[in-house]
Design a protein around this ligand. Structure first.
Ligand code: NZQ
Ligand code: ZN
Length: 392
């Protein structure tokens, strides 16, 4: 195991109805005037925004509303949010929604405190030095942004999708009420589950030795997702399944399962090009990319893939031919994704094979220089070609 610092100071407030505490929580973390940032309508329709603003009123906090965040959140609304915060002297950003709303909130929080162009943080030109505090009320278990130090934004001009990291934008608190996810359509539930599993796999496929504890933590999250996702897809109001998935989503990405080991993240790097170009859901893109990446790299460490196959998907270990066990595990993963309604190839995702050179060419440099297996752009083209034609 490698040496590490683990710093993840978000206060998680978990359980049925806990969003009624959001006013007191914001006050505890220094809010005076709050920007309530939300998406394209689900949080208004469900009455959540009313409940949140009531709680802010009860805590004596002033607030301004800014809705309209779309999936694959755009820089254009972030700029609007920054301007609004400056005009209204906002000192706290409250994200009410999913990863897109939270990432947009983090971007606004950093942008308000920066004199230059916000995109500098996303294109690697500048590091975040200061940010307003952010709190969240999560409505979809997926991105892990409620406990992560990252934010992913899409530049409307050219649809380029890029991420930035800083502990300064890690949420101060996140309210996790599984009941808020009951209204999710099956497709979004499955997209979220795929993203959660991908966050674990990005950490699971490592070159670091003697990482039994984090291997086992990763496997616990993956096994939970394999068990609970089909339940939540079929029974959207199943509190137990929603609760397990929600907490799995947070620990999948606040790095508790990834410390002390090298990580991959190339599937995410490739996927961000897909959701940038086609504006598809991040989880759906991962469902197409990640099994293809696995097929392409498994020979690098056949025993690790065989371990995943036996421990997560219950495959029988073939000691004479571990490679067949590894391949069986990858097949089981793709079959699972297909079973929960995810696309598994380009046609189902709405992607085009002729775009492969563009997708591979645009992939952010940082992804091609590290990982479980370092990839050239040619490797990325081959992975995308496998993804384009995948079948069950
Ligand atoms: O906008 P509304 O109307 O709320 O609809 C949303 C949206 O259409 C809907 N939704 C959310 N909660 C709902 C609901 N519908 C009904 N009931 C509810 N309770 O779901 C749709 C998807 O929402 P979105 O926020 O886009 O989903 P997700 O949480 O998967 O976030 C995806 C974004 O996060 C980024 C992705 O790249 C993508 O842009 N990621 C962020 C990460 C991070 N900051 O750490 C890491 C991830 O790897 C990921 O890259
Ligand atoms: Zn992700």
């Amino acid at each position: 195991m490698d040496s590490f610092n683990y710093f993840s100071p978000t206060e998680f407030v978990f359980g049925d109805g806990r969003e009624s505490e959001v006013g007191a929580l914001a006050k505890k973390y220094g809010a005076g005037r709050v920007l309530v940032h939300y998406g394209s309508g689900s949080a208004v329709k469900s009455g959540l925004i009313d409940r949140v603003t009531r709680s802010l009123d009860e805590a004596g906090l002033k607030y301004t509303l800014l809705g309209g965040v779309q999936p694959n959140p755009r820089d254009t609304l972030v700029y609007k949010g920054i301007e609004l915060c400056r005009k209204e002297n906002i000192d706290f950003i409250l994200a009410v929604g999913g990863g897109s709303v939270i990432d947009s909130s983090k971007a606004i929080a950093a942008g308000v405190c920066y004199d230059g162009d916000l995109w500098d943080f996303y294109c690697g030109k500048a590091q975040i030095q200061k940010a307003l505090p952010v709190g969240t009320v999560l409505t979809i278990a997926a991105s892990g942004s409620e406990g992560s130090s990252s934010s992913v934004i899409t530049k409307q001009d050219g649809m380029v999708k890029r991420g930035t990291h800083s502990d300064l934008i890690r949420p101060k608190f996140s309210v996790l009420d599984p009941r808020l996810t009951f209204t999710l359509p099956a497709y979004q539930t499955a997209c979220g589950a795929t993203d959660i599993m991908a966050h674990v796999f990005e950490r699971y496929f490592t070159n670091t030795k003697e990482v039994e504890i984090t291997d086992r933590l990763c496997e616990a999250v993956l096994i939970t997702m394999v068990k609970e996702t089909p339940i939540a897809v079929k029974q959207p109001g199943n509190y137990g399944a929603r609760a397990n998935i929600m907490w799995a989503g947070t620990i999948a990405h606040n790095d508790i399962v990834g410390v002390g080991r090298s990580q991959d993240w190339n599937s995410h790097g490739i996927e961000h090009e897909l959701s940038g170009l086609y504006d598809c859901a991040h989880g759906a893109g991962l469902a197409v990319v990640m099994p293809a990446w696995m097929q392409y790299v498994y020979k690098h460490d056949v025993m690790r893939f065989a371990q995943m196959a036996t421990r997560v998907f219950g495959c029988q270990m073939d000691f004479e031919n571990p490679e067949s066990t590894a391949l069986e595990g990858i097949h089981a993963f793709r079959k699972f994704l297909h079973g929960i309604g995810m696309p598994i190839n380009f046609a189902q995702l709405g992607a085009k094979e002729e775009d492969i050179p563009t997708l591979a060419g645009n992939m952010a440099e940082k992804y091609t220089t590290r990982g479980f297996v370092k990839l050239t752009r040619d490797d990325v083209r081959r992975i995308l070609t496998i993804a384009a034609h995948a079948e069950i």
